[in-house]
Design a protein around this ligand. Structure first.
Ligand code: NAP
Length: 333
């Protein structure tokens, strides 16, 4: 008899959109050469979108959402992995076009999996998850573009969220002066503990700036918020500085002019974690397990949910109330 396991699934059919915890068997999962006993997943903004009817991220139903997963290999037809290996997976088709992490068992191509780096537990790897990986990718791109601590303040938007909190922690560890922009003034002390030198309101950092250029303040920006504020931030980036843009919690469009680019040489860097090539993925995960490990956020800002509590976690991320990272434990009932 096939092993039965629990999963949170979303359906969309002639009866409409439904979601909930179900019992599945292996044959309900998509093909893949590695089968993983999932120990942890996480709740990202994109997972919140997958849980609602018009989130526009799920490309085929029924689907197990969860863009992140970490666990132990049960079986593998690929020599890259063997039973008993600890692995993590983020992005690719997980949780959008291929069943993802909100199940006790998952099956996927070996090419999507990263060996769990030494220095991280399975739980820590998912507390970091896509959000922390995206923060690391943003920082890596900024460093590659020549950013150094001596260049001056780095702005992080959406600083209490998953990407933002991890970016604050990583940049703080690397010796940068981090200015955290948040819509949650009550989180100021926490943000300072995580690595921020100062905290500003969303309006102060992302509000309308008169004219085509404003006061040059930021040597760089990690921006997972996007929307109209991104266009305003561009006006305040110092000569030669860069904006690493990864998200859209603030909206999907912004206006800008040519002036930040042609008068200040500002760079707009697009950040995509989903299809980040495997060699860079492995390198960044190794950093996240060592010198870039966001210990303060891992210690203080992690909330663990069970499958049955997922709806509550989705509500938190979709309403912008997330503080740090939401984890899902698959092996606790
Ligand atoms: N490009 C990629 O590969 C990639 C990877 C991961 C995530 N993302 C995207 O990055 C964004 C953030 O993801 P996340 O996982 O960090 O989400 P999250 O944990 O929900 O954090 C989002 C944060 O944005 C701020 N925020 C929320 N609503 C806002 C609004 N209307 N205007 C301005 N700020 C708002 C809040 O922080 P404050 O209250 O502190 O301001 C919130 O905590 C999402 O759009 C996600 O899809 C992209």
């Amino acid at each position: 008899m096939e092993t039965a396991f629990r999963a949170f699934r979303v359906h969309r059919d002639e009866e409409g959109f439904t979601s909930g915890v179900e019992t599945l068997s292996i044959s309900d999962l998509p093909e893949g050469d590695v089968t993983v006993e999932v120990h942890y997943s996480s709740v990202n903004y994109k997972d919140g979108l997958a849980s609602i009817p018009n989130g526009k991220v799920v490309s085929s139903y029924p689907l197990v959402p969860g863009i992140d997963l970490a666990g132990i290999v049960l079986s593998s037809r690929n020599t890259k992995f063997k039973a008993g290996d600890s692995v993590l997976g983020t992005g690719y088709g997980l949780g959008v076009s291929h069943c993802g992490g909100y199940a006790e068992i998952a099956r996927m191509p070996a090419e999507w999996l990263v060996p769990l780096p030494e220095g991280l537990t399975l739980q820590e790897s998912m507390a970091i998850g896509t959000a922390g990986f995206t923060a690391a990718l943003s920082v890596e791109r900024l460093l590659h573009n020549g950013l150094e601590p001596a260049d001056g303040p780095v702005l992080v938007t959406g600083a209490t969220g998953g990407v933002g909190s991890m970016a604050v922690n990583i940049l703080g560890k690397l010796g940068f002066e981090v200015v955290a922009s948040t819509g949650k003034p009550e989180a100021e002390e926490a943000l300072r503990r995580w690595g921020a030198s100062s905290v500003v309101s969303r309006e102060a950092a992302m509000g309308a700036v008169k004219g085509t250029l404003g006061k040059a303040q930021w040597s760089a920006v990690v921006d997972p918020v996007g929307g109209a504020g991104t266009g305003e931030i561009m006006k305040a980036v110092k000569y030669g500085g860069s904006v690493a843009l990864s998200g859209l919690t603030g909206g999907g469009a912004f206006q800008t002019s040519v002036f930040p680019f042609i008068l200040r040489g500002v760079n707009l860097l697009g950040i995509d974690s989903v299809y980040c090539p495997m060699p860079e993925r492995v390198k960044l995960w190794q950093r996240l397990a060592a010198a870039w490990k966001p210990e303060q956020v891992l210690r203080e800002a992690i909330k663990v949910y069970r499958l049955e509590q997922l709806e509550e976690a989705f509500g938190t991320v979709l309403s912008g109330k997330a503080l740090g990272r939401q984890l899902v434990s698959l092996q606790s009932r």
